[in-house]
Design a binder for this molecule. Structure first.
Ligand code: GUN
Length: 294
């Protein structure tokens, strides 16, 4: 089998952002408003600071309003909840994202559940989880949304495919399973207790790996020609004292068997913020009762 087609997440994310920018222009011209995204960062986690900076920059680049709220690590839970309440009530704010992880003294679930479901651009609120599973209009977590878009670039019709999602997190595995079910895939959710995981994965026409274990999925688990979407971003030692990023799939052996595969970096990663921007537009549409833009 020839080597797999490499799915270029960077290029596809740029396409998503271009569509967001076009939608933002259209909303301004036809409905007289510009969507706004509020991002809340509590504390000084270096990785979170980078994410928040990138989010704010890309929000502005697509023509939207960005509201950044940086709070000290010792912020009381009640004060964070008061800010969320203020943002819920602010008509200029269409999307609210509270960056995770939060400091240990704050109950993350309580904070996330306080966000207005119609402004919940992470799609983590139980109301959005429920809406997704019943097929109602909802805000869907960004990473699975981006993963689905990548898969659809190589298989526009996913109906009938056997899909195996490895990992059952609330952020990726479970919503991914729901999205693939909505595309009429036959979905298996595999996890750490799955019996004969290689055998289960070998049945899949589409594999989504979201386990958080570096290079866990091996090439001889992959059905020849299958689509492999690697959600993992793991930093590992390179041997020369430096580090490198690898996915949850052993790239070389999987790429030798798959029909198409996402690289790490440059696959699912760039899609996440692009889908956050897309969700901010969708949140504004939901709030204003405007049908999805074509
Ligand atoms: N921290 C790392 N990724 C994410 C994300 O997708 N959403 C939020 N809220 N925090 C994160």
């Amino acid at each position: 089998m020839a080597d797999a087609k490499i799915i270029d997440g960077k290029a596809i994310a740029a396409d998503v952002r271009a569509k967001v920018a076009a939608d933002v222009k259209r909303l301004k011209a036809e409905h007289g408003f510009v969507p706004g995204l509020a991002v809340v960062l509590v504390g000084e986690d270096p990785a979170s600071k980078v994410y928040v900076k990138n989010k704010a920059e890309q929000t502005v680049e697509t023509g939207m309003l960005s509201f950044e709220h940086k709070l000290p690590a010792e912020t009381a839970e009640a004060d964070l909840l008061a800010l969320v309440d203020k943002l819920n009530k602010d008509p200029a704010v269409n999307g609210i994202l509270v960056q995770l992880p939060l400091p240990k003294h704050i109950n993350s679930e309580k904070v996330l559940n306080a966000i207005d479901p119609d402004k919940d651009v992470d799609g983590f609120h139980p109301v959005n989880v429920g809406r997704l599973w019943i097929g109602a209009r909802s805000l869907v977590p960004c990473t699975p949304t981006g993963s689905l878009i990548l898969a659809q670039t190589v298989a526009p019709k996913l109906a009938g495919l056997d899909a195996v999602v490895i990992g059952r997190s609330n952020i990726v595995g479970k919503p991914m399973a729901s999205l693939l079910l909505a595309q009429s895939c036959t979905v298996t959710v595999a996890h750490s207790r799955t019996k004969d995981l290689p055998g289960v994965v070998r049945r899949a026409d589409l594999v989504v790996a979201a386990v958080g274990i570096p290079e866990f999925v091996k090439g001889d688990w992959i059905k020849p020609g299958a689509i492999v979407i690697d959600v993992g971003i793991n930093r590992v030692p390179k041997g020369d004292g430096k580090t490198k990023l690898v996915g949850d799939c052993d790239y070389a052996s999987c790429a030798a068997v798959a029909g198409a595969i996402t690289p790490v970096p440059g696959g699912v990663g760039p899609m996440t913020i692009a889908c956050l921007l897309k969700n901010t537009v969708e949140a504004a549409l939901i709030q204003k009762n405007i049908p999805a833009l074509g």
